[in-house]
Design a protein around this ligand. Sequence first.
Ligand SMILES: [Zn+2]
Length: 168
Amino acid sequence: MKILIYGNPVLRKKAPKIKIIDRDIILLSERMFKKIEKNIPKGIGLAATQVGYNISLFVYEIDDDKGVIINPEILSKKGKEVAEEGCLSVPGVYGPVERAEEIVVKALDIKGKKIEMRLDGLKARVFQHETDHLNGILFTDYINDINNLSVEEGFEIPEKLLERLKVS
Ligand SMILES: [Zn+2]
């Protein structure tokens, strides 16, 4: 399982909803957890589209809180907050993104049970970031000034992102 990197067209697809949660989906989510746990730095969220599966699913792991989220829909947003974000598909690149402070999300869990959650803090941010992935949106889409990006040593801003920032 490989994480697709910025510029890969699959990252721009809008993921269709999952109709049946079968064994393949369960196995995929287990592999995705392994992927974020092994990553350095450890990931806190990963969308199926980032590993080449165009389906509406993401996993998250924030300390001891982990889960599989299927067909997420953000029902409402409240407040605004800016914080630094990064993404496994844009390795080593970080930048400030404005997100809603509080959200209400509707989804299915891995057993197919309907869930509705009111979230805030980091979890709300992760859910917005990952739901964006399933709509073909990357956190860098919110950044229009190259000076707002910070790049870790040994990493580079992807060519395609550089091109966009130069013309905007
Ligand atoms: Zn991401």
